[in-house]
Design a protein around this ligand. Sequence first.
Ligand code: F6P
Length: 558
Amino acid sequence: MRSARVISNIKSSLVQTPAWQRLVVHHNDMQRVHMMDLFKKNPNRFNDFSLQFEGILLDYSKNIITSKTMDHLFYFARKQRVKEWRHKMFTGGNVNNTEGRAVLHTALRNRSGQPVMHNGKDVMPDVLAQLDKMRAFTDNVRSGEWKGYTGKPITNIINIGIGGSDLGPNMACRALCPFADGLRVHFVSNVDATQLSNRLAKCNPETTLFIVASKTFTTQETITNAESSKNWFLAHPDVKQSDVAKHFVAISTNKEKVEAFGIDPVNMFEFWDWVGGRYSLWSTIGLSIALYIGMDQFIEMLEGAHAMDEHFLNEPFDTNMPVILAMIGIWYGNFFGAESSAILPYDHNLRLLPAYLEQADMESNGKSVDRDGRQTTYSTGKIIWGAEGINGQHAFYQLLHQGTLLIPTDFIASVNNKSCNLENHGNILASNFIAQTEALMRGRDAKETRLQLRNAGIDMKEIEMHLPHMTFQGNQPSNSIVLDSLTPRSFGSLIAMYEHKIFVQGIIWNLNSYDQWGVELGKKLARNILDELEKGETLYEHDSSTEGLLQWFFNRRK
Ligand code: F6P
């Protein structure tokens, strides 16, 4: 745990609570247990530690847990008042206390017809009005009725945004590409002009529509990319200022800034400060998704997320997917000392899921002060990382199998992979998906390795030399999450499941998972340094490294 710079002297006492201490004692009993022995003792283990929700299987049996472990973890969750906080979130309470905001992304997918109250007002009419506006607009653009400045229909959409205004819609579009039926959708996030220039070079201004997506509409990268895109557009012959309205729309909570940028508020899609950026793909920020797959499919995605919300709200802890995943994560992070967790989708279309969850999880729970301003004395958010599973097998899995770190993993796959449609590919993919969790758990002991080498005709001397290198203990935990198939609905459920997992962990650690003060300082310092780079001289006081870097840029740039 980071220790050199303690910010607050008041310490949280979570680790002294009986619920925590029970888990400490239980961990002493469990830390040397091998999962293979747990499976030998209980042949019913798969049934005992798996559950289904609408065609999504969660198999969490390959974890270093017993039913006693889960009892202790659920007791801990009860003591941390997960139920009460869950209620508070769904009913518009002040969950984001440092910003004085509710956390109501669940209202965006509320399909129940029930009101959702916030500050004494039902938010649902506004939510539904924005959905109607999205439908009218997307139908218009997709049908070709919406025309560009030369009267041609739109063929390409460029979403300009970053963080939550990019990662969610980008991931969703990749995941749901089998449902796309016409428009091409692209995402530009980086202020490194390479990304925007490369994209613009391939687009025709007559048929390109830009979505400027920014909750605050002040994000430097997004506004810079949006201005450059507008300049590129206006630089084309015969383009008039008034044509901007046909090619630029905005999604934001900040009407004034949108107007100041030059986008007519009529072409602005709204959302609200009670939607966190990293939880916003369900809002109008999902406009690119709706343009790509159509509004009906977008609603399906909301339905899937809503179904998971209901599951999270109503299921008891021991059959509640987000709660189970969260508490298993707590078990490894706080008691086994795991520092990271890998997301391994065996589905090319889910390849952006790890990047999306990096933001969702690490921006939410990467905090060392609790919601009451006390320094935590326990570790909190883990490093979330990952990549497409099958590629990872030929890259970093060596460390998962034989390294010194405990790294809990989530393996994700679909039984019927709509786009993996070439003969044999699907079975190869699925066999690797299943085999890897087995291998991570089993490992290979000396006896088995010896036998294998002997059968391969290797002589005894060589066998003994190879033995330590080819033997490994296994016992690496994994969750397997298997979708019947990746559809807008199951995708919605999957993402909502992770959102709620993150929420539960934040509650356990007594964090505010919905602010992100940590990212502000870098932005502020970058503004100062930009000033210095533009003026070509140092204007602020810096340490010698920062000063040295600045001088390096001054002296060497051409
Ligand atoms: O800097 C971090 C952050 O504020 C994220 O939380 C957010 O998703 C991203 O920047 C983009 O913000 P905006 O949508 O306001 O442009």
